[in-house]
Ligand binder design. Structure first.
Ligand code: RTP
Ligand code: MG
Length: 147
């Protein structure tokens, strides 16, 4: 089954949005496969956001993502990577549609509440950066056949 890496960023944790965000993905019908509250080291942050190394906002991005605890998650389900990106909304919250996480809760591009893998390759890479194989759980839902 397809898996993606999602993370409630430090602003989302500070604003007590972990439950709201987990709830949206649960209600959509996706299955949580792993989760942990953690503080990201600078090394992990620079690796995770390595694609943006040359961008002017890279330093600010690393400072922000290491500034407090994040809630790291792995979710699975059909088309979860693209669907989760839609549920997150556009990077800049001023362009994110109402009904999306960023559209409903964020106003700033640098403090935009949630991260999600943007492709199958990113998902594999990011899950591997944040989780050990034994931290991911596979289990059957009693009522999954109709979802
Ligand atoms: P993320 O990786 O955090 O899920 O966000 P994303 O895919 O929607 O956006 P991406 O292009 O990967 O950018 C990563 C994060 O960098 C910050 N950013 N700041 N000041 C700026 O112009 C700017 N552009 C991007 C955002 O916080 C974005 O989430
Ligand atoms: Mg990104």
């Amino acid at each position: 089954m397809e898996k993606t890496f999602l993370m409630v960023k430090p602003d989302g944790v500070q604003r007590n949005l972990i439950g709201e965000i987990v709830s949206r993905f649960e209600k959509k019908g996706f299955q949580l496969a792993g989760a942990k509250l953690m503080t990201i080291s600078r090394e992990l942050a620079e690796n995770h956001y390595g694609e943006h190394k040359e961008r002017p906002f890279f330093g600010e991005l690393v400072n922000f993502i290491t500034s407090g605890p994040v809630f790291a998650m792995v979710w699975q389900g059909d088309n979860v990577i693209a669907t989760a990106r839609n549920m997150m909304g556009k990077t800049n919250p001023s362009e994110a549609a109402a009904g999306t996480v960023r559209g409903d809760f964020a106003v700033s591009v640098s403090n935009n509440i949630i991260h999600g893998s943007d492709s199958p390759e990113s998902a594999v890479r990011e899950i591997g950066l944040f989780f050990k194989e034994e931290e991911l759980v596979n289990y059957e839902k009693a009522v999954s056949s109709w979802i």
